[in-house]
Design a protein around this ligand. Structure first.
Ligand SMILES: [Zn+2]
Length: 136
């Protein structure tokens, strides 16, 4: 596939060059178990398109990811779960092919989250919203 790279771990998994425990695949998406899961059923959903970060993936592949997340999360079957997606090493990305984690959560296993909430004013929020809207 032209949209894949030879030197990427996840592109090799998509191409079957590296084995994995595949759970789902369609035209644009591939899903398989994480080899170092933080919970039983921890699954990765990836586009069949090599890009390091979310904003670099074509919209049709991202639409496919959205549908696949619903299908695969349903199949993973956890009552509680997190969907996690990291972009960039500072944001804890370790493999630089876009991937979404589906991570079951219960009292014993799953994702721990730090949520350092801030409290901006309405004006500050408005300024931020305007900046973002101006770039869309
Ligand atoms: Zn790749």
């Amino acid at each position: 596939m032209e949209s894949l790279k030879d030197d990427c771990l996840f592109c090799k998994i998509i191409q079957g060059k590296i084995p994995c425990k595949k759970v789902y695949e369609n035209e644009t998406v591939f899903a398989f178990l994480d080899i170092n899961p933080i919970a039983v059923g921890h699954t990765l959903v990836i586009p069949k398109y090599h890009a390091a970060q979310c904003h670099e993936v074509p919209e049709d592949y991202m639409a496919g990811i959205g549908k696949a997340l619903s299908v695969v999360a349903k199949a993973v079957g956890a009552k509680n779960y997190n969907i996690l997606q990291n972009n960039g090493s500072i944001a804890h990305q370790a493999v630089f092919h876009v991937h979404f984690h589906i991570i079951p959560k219960d009292a014993k296993q799953g994702l721990g989250i730090q949520w350092p909430a801030t409290n901006p004013s309405g004006d500050e929020l408005e300024k931020t919203a305007e900046e973002i809207k101006s770039r869309i």
